[in-house]
Structure formats: C-alpha cells, structure tokens
Design a protein around this ligand. Sequence first.
Ligand code: F6P
Length: 358
Amino acid sequence: MSLAQHFTLTQFLIEERRRHPDATGDFNSLILNIAVACKRISRTVACGALGDMHGSAGGALNVQGEQQQNLDVLSNDVFLQVNEWGGNLAGMASEELEEPYQIPEVYPRGRYLLTFDPLDGSSNIDVNVSVGSIFSILRAPEGTDVVCEEDFLQPGTSQVAAGYAIYGPSTMLVLTIGEGVHGFTLDPMLGEFVLTHPDLRVPEETREFAINASNSRFWEVPVKRYVDECLAGAAGPRGKDFNMRWIASMVAEAHRILMRGGVFMYPRDTKDPGKPGRLRLLYEANPIAFIIEQAGGRASTGRQALLSVEPTGLHQRIGVVFGSKQEVERIERYHTEPFAGELENPLFNERGLFRLPA
Ligand code: F6P
C-alpha cells in the first residue's frame, strides 16, 4: 500500500493547506467538523433498529411537506450542533429548516455558509438501504452578521467545496474542494476517514441509467426519447443494451456513477406544475453537480449547466441530469433538437408505454 492510501482526512487537509500558505485553517476545521457530524450520523444509522431511532417523527412533515423520519431530525440536530460552535460559519441552511439557521450569539461567526441535506434518501432507512448526507460550502457575503435567504442564493459555480457521506456497507466521505474528487473510507476501528479513492473520475461512456420510471407519463419528450432509445437496446438507435437502476437515494446513485459511470435523471416533468423537479437545488443538486463535474462528468437541468443556475429560493426544486459526460450531453442535445420520431414512435402512441400527456 502506498503512503497516500494511509492518509487520513486530517492529513489530506494539512497537505492541502501547505499548498495554500495564506489559508487560515478555518476551512480545514469546518471540513473536519462536518466529518465529525457524518461519523456521528453513521454510528446512529449503523445501529439500525437497535438504536431506537427508526420510524417516522410522529407524523411530522418537513418544510417540503414530506414525512420526516426520526433520523432526519436527529441528523439535522447533529449537523447544527457540531458545526455551530466552530467559528468558521456565518450561517447554515438545511433541508429540514424553513429559514436559515443563525449561529448562536455565544459562538464566534466565520466567513462561510453551509447548506446541507442531513439525511438524503431517508425513506430507505427502515429497509436498510444506503442513505447519505450532502453538503455544500459557500462564502458568506462580506460583513454578514445575521444571515438571510439571499445570502445563500449563489450559483453552484460559487461553491468552495462540496461533498457527501454515504452510509452503506461501509461509510465513505466524498469531497471536492475544487481540485478533483477524493473518497475517504471510515475506518471504524480508527474512527478516521482514510483516503482510499484519490482522484475519482466518472467514466465518459456508460450503459447504465437511473430514473424513476413510474413517472414516465409525466416526462417531457426529450427524456422519453432518451429512455426509449436505451430500452430499445442493441436493436435500437443506440446499438447497445442498457441496464436500468433506481435506488431512490440520490447519494447512492451518485456514488455508483462516480465508481462505474452511468447517468441519473430526476428531470423536470409535468407531475405537479408547482414543482419544476423533485430535487432541491442548493443542498442536493448543486453539491452533487460540483462533485460530478470535478470528476470529469457533467450535470445539467437538461437545458443548461446545473452549476450556472441562478437560485431564486432556499428550497427551490430543479430538474436534474448528471453522470457520464457523453450521455448528459446527448440528453441536453435532445432538449434542443426537434424529434422527428415523436409521433410515429410506437412507444409514444396511444397504446405505448410512454404515451404523451393530452
Ligand atoms: O429527497 C431526495 C430523494 O430521496 C433522492 O435521494 C432520491 O433520488 C429521490 O428523492 C427519490 O424520489 P422517488 O421517491 O420519487 O423515487
């Protein structure tokens, strides 16, 4: 094993700081605090039903109107408690909180903003399928004392760092600080994240796609066309067979795509006109998009690069397509070019699988 394979997250961050002699160390301590939060959540998740934390939070709904799980609430509290005291944050925003979180007056304030989804895919907890935490770090506007929603409305290109922890058969922390993507595996005996996957790259080509096909009747034509062509396999226009996957845990899908390629879609659809997509821009789509692009993949709304979207709301939803570059570019192309096959394609006609909405 090379020395790099024994590097802990702390050592990795110290090395990074040596390369940036003007860095104060604030950023490193923020990342290490986030890592502590993820370790604590990992421990609770790993206890499963033994931990008394399974189940829904007494019928409570979060700001999105979704059923909150006990572990959602606990993970949110862990993120807030571990990160509020460090002196490096001006404020936080969470999937579970309607308003930005103010740093309590007893603690010093810092230069960064943290947005997070404390437990993504939490509907999977009770069935013991991988879940994760997603985070994004932004710079706070100069002189920020009390944070407000507008402070967080920065495009994904402004992210200083982003990452996720995946709580699966092993716990991993995957991090970008804008210079590639690195994966750290939690050594449960050591209690440390150890660099096991330096310089992750998303393979450019793939034969695997992920989408919730139960929404197919609500999809827009470019998405229907793309999926239809994948399903047609070797005999269709793509000339090759594809696998389909759906875990319903975006962190787990993003991780699979980082490891072996693929494309993930939760596109804009017509299911609920009030919701232009399922996933949240600031603490789900943008951090994953930053990671995927730093690993050589691409992330898009279908219509524009995800990272270039100017946010309009803290909990804004957005259509998301990410993964292997060539596939995402193809899906973007399908959004701009007219599709001649739309009317005569049997999959889109009256009795077809992907009937167009009236
Ligand atoms: O909140 C986000 C999320 O749990 C993602 O992790 C996942 O990709 C998606 O929702 C699953 O959505 P659905 O239940 O529609 O398949």
